[in-house]
Design a binder for this molecule. Structure first.
Ligand code: DSN
Length: 431
């Protein structure tokens, strides 16, 4: 029996429709290249943890303070995840219960803001996230949202950010992005936040794996609150975390005039009972496994190569005269204006799908086109790096992408190049 049939034998027997979909998705992931920069491949150990019997367990509350019985092993798992998160990211407190990044962001804001308070994050169209105060998000409805943008080349403009902070006096300034290819200067943000008495929230979802491995400066020592997902460069399951400094106090004791030292309590209360019910302990088990993996030297080597690969791709694109936002990258992602090819981001995404590369259309800073049909594409290197690809493969890949964007006639040859790379760098080998 093939390993796949063995691993999924119960679904195969009990629900052939879902088995076919699972099997099809394994094939799709193995036979194509994933270049969406917010995606990665969880290890088999992480997959086993999230598929474990912790799935069956309710554990509302926090370790040693639960509302249900039978918590001997859930407490062990959550405490291990907390301990590993604190150590890896160098913060004194970690809440590992957020279901994902969006709830983590809302919970962090809800912890320190009352409805109507002002928050300030980057405009979605420039690389911010919905939950950084964009108008259709609850964070843009529930709070008063001021938004900053970038300069004309796509770089953070700290003069503008400081000016806006002084004007709007936000309670929270948010840094951290979904489409920013450059290093974030957390020290500069902290200075601006201090100057206006704001909390600094760093959403490091995209770069968490790079931060863990020392490939991007850490927000530790600068940000008051850090939010992150665990499934992007960090390579864990789909979940979120919130980090801050201090120790939680008595959960039942009211806090009259909260200060920074109350952040752990405020954040814990905001997650539960504020926003969520029972934590997904099976996912937290996967987070714990991923955090252990992220502290290894193999992970450090992966994170280093992610950045090297992105830089190599950017070099290839630049050599071929393609237009990159900010002119290149310092991290895992590249934002490219595809309009010089006479196509939009949507068409570029569709064309690259034909050569089995998944990436996403994306607005570029100061984009004249609407978000559903923007001028750019966003691509990243975590997944191809996990498969073992290095600079020579980026050469092949970069040229295949550029050829495809340049002329539809090149699709056949580019598709073959991608197919060869997939075969040479297998994913979940044997599955
Ligand atoms: N959806 C994520 C991304 O692709 O960047 C952000 O949450």
């Amino acid at each position: 029996m093939k390993e796949r049939e063995k691993v999924y034998s119960h679904i195969k027997k009990g629900d052939s429709e879902i088995y076919r979909a699972v099997s099809g998705e394994i094939d799709r992931q193995q036979e194509g290249l994933e270049m969406i920069p917010s995606e990665s491949y969880a290890s088999r150990a992480v997959l086993e943890a999230i598929g474990s019997v912790f799935e069956n367990k309710y554990s509302e509350g926090y370790p040693k303070k639960r509302y249900y019985g039978g918590q001997k092993y859930t407490d062990i798992v959550e405490q291990i995840a907390i301990k590993r998160a604190k150590k890896l990211f160098r913060f004194e407190h970690a809440n590992v219960q957020p279901y994902s990044g969006s709830p983590a962001n809302f919970a962090a804001l809800n912890a320190v803001c009352a409805p109507g308070d002002t928050i300030m994050g980057m405009d979605l169209r420039f690389g911010g996230h919905l939950t950084h105060g964009w108008k259709v998000s609850v964070t843009g409805k529930y709070f008063n949202s001021a938004q900053y943008t970038t300069d004309k080349n796509g770089f953070l403009d700290f003069n503008e950010i400081e000016k806006l902070a002084k004007k709007h006096k936000p309670k929270v300034i948010i840094c951290g992005y979904t489409a920013y290819p450059r290093t974030i200067d957390f020290a500069k943000f902290a200075e601006i936040a201090r100057g206006v008495g704001a909390y600094l929230l760093a959403d490091i979802a995209h770069i968490a794996g790079l931060v863990a491995a020392g490939e991007h400066p850490s927000p530790a020592g600068f940000a008051d609150i850090v939010t992150t997902t665990t499934h992007k460069t960090l390579r864990g399951p789909r979940a979120g975390m919130i980090l801050c400094n201090g120790n939680p106090s008595d959960p039942l004791k009211p806090i009259k005039n909260p200060t920074k030292k109350d952040l752990p309590t405020l954040i814990d209360r905001s997650i539960f009972p504020g926003m969520q019910g029972g934590p997904h302990i099976h996912t937290i088990a996967g987070v714990a496994v991923a955090l252990k993996e992220a502290s290894t030297k193999e992970f450090k080597a992966y994170a280093k190569q992610v950045v090297k690969n992105a830089k190599k791709l950017a070099d290839i694109f630049n050599n071929r005269g393609l237009r990159l936002s900010t002119g290149g990258t310092d991290n895992h992602l590249i934002l490219m204006d595809v309009t010089p090819f006479g196509i939009t981001g949507k068409e570029a995404e569709e064309r690259l799908e034909q050569i089995a590369i998944s990436l996403n259309k994306n607005a570029i800073p100061h984009d004249p086109n609407p978000p559903y049909n923007p001028s750019g594409i966003r691509l990243g290197t975590p997944c191809v790096t996990i498969r073992g690809m290095k600079e020579p493969e980026m050469d092949i890949l970069g040229n295949a992408i550029a050829d495809t964007l340049e002329d539809k006639k090149n699709i056949r040859k580019a598709k073959l190049a991608v197919k060869e790379l997939c075969a040479k760098f297998p994913l979940y080998k044997g599955l």
